[in-house]
Design a binder for this molecule. Sequence first.
Ligand code: FMN
Length: 329
Amino acid sequence: MFEIGSVSIENRLLAAPMAGFTDKAFRIILKNHGAGLVATEMISAQALVYGQEKTMFMLDLSGEEPPVAVQLFGSDPRIIAQAARIAADRGAHIIDINMGCPTPRIVKNGEGAALMRDPNRAVRIVEAVVKAVSVPVTVKMRSGWDENSINCCQIAVLAEEAGAHAVTVHPRTREQLFSGKADWSLIRAVKQVVKIPVIGNGDVTSPQKARQMLEETGCDAVMIGRGCLGNPFIFRRTLQYLETGEIPPEPTAEERINVARQHLVLACRFKGETKAVLEMRKHLGWYIKGLPHATAVRARMNQARTLSEIEAILEGLSHRLTQMYPDEH
Ligand SMILES: Cc1cc2nc3c(=O)[nH]c(=O)nc-3n(C[C@H](O)[C@H](O)[C@H](O)COP(=O)(O)O)c2cc1C
C-alpha cells in the first residue's frame, strides 16, 4: 500500500500510460492482473476543452475499479487546468501531467517533453492544475531534453513546490526516445531531493527487474510500460515475487490465449467489433508471441474481421497446443 496524496494505491506496481494501448479494455485487464494503478492514454487538454467526441470517449472511466489516473498533455496552464477540472468531474482519481512525450508532433507545440526545457511553464502548469482540482496531481517526466540538459531533479523539486503529489521518472532524455538504457541512477537522485513519492519507470520487464529498481533507486513504486504489453501477468507474478522471493512460473499458453480472448471481448464491447478487431491486432500478436505456430496464427488473425473469426483461430491454437503438450493443460 502507498499513498499519492489522498488516494491509496493497493501496491507498488503501476501500469504506464501508453497511447494507443491503455484504453478501457486493457486497463480493466491490467487491474484484474494486479496493477495498483492504471492510467489512460495521454489525452489532449485542448481537445478535451473543445469537447471533441473522440477525446471525451477516452475519458470514460465508467465501470472501472478505482483508482484510475487520467493523463493530460498540453502547454497552456489555463487550458490544462480547465481540462483537469473536466477530467476530475468525470471521475478521474488522479490527474497526471505529461512532461515526457518525445514525439515531434507534440514537442513542437511546447507539450510533453518540451516542458522539461521550459521549467517556468512547467511550474505554472502544475500550479494551475493543483489549484483547479481537489484530486491529487502527478507529473510524469523524462530525465531531461538531451544529455547536456539533464534536469529531472530540478523539475521534480519545482513540481513538488508547485503542489504535485508524486512524480514519475522515466530516465531517458527526449533525444534518446526509447533507445539506450534508462539511467536508473537518476530515479535515485530524484528520490533524494523530494519528499513526495517517486515512481520509477523504464526497462522493467520481469519481476527481478522490478525488485532491482526498488532496491537500487529507493523509489516508492515501479511503473511498467512495454513489459506489460501482451503480458499483464507480470503484475501478479511480480507481486508474488516481492512477497515470497520466489519467481512464479510463466503463464501457460492456455492462460495467455484466454486473456487475449477476454481482452478482445472487452475491446469489442467498448469500441464496437469492427474497430476493436483492427485495434487489437498488436495486442493479440503479443499475447501469443513465442508460442508454437505464433507467426502463422498472427497472420491469420490479422486477416480476420470479426470477433468470432478470431475466437475460432484462438480456439484452434489452444486445441493444437493441448494435443502437443497435454500435461500443461
Ligand atoms: C506505445 C507507447 C505509448 C506510450 N504512450 C505514452 C503516453 O501516452 N503517456 C506517457 O506518459 N508515456 C507514454 N509512453 C511511455 C511509457 O509510459 C513509459 O514511460 C516508457 O515506455 C518507459 O517504460 P517501459 O520501459 O516500462 O516501457 C508510451 C510508450 C509506448 C511504448
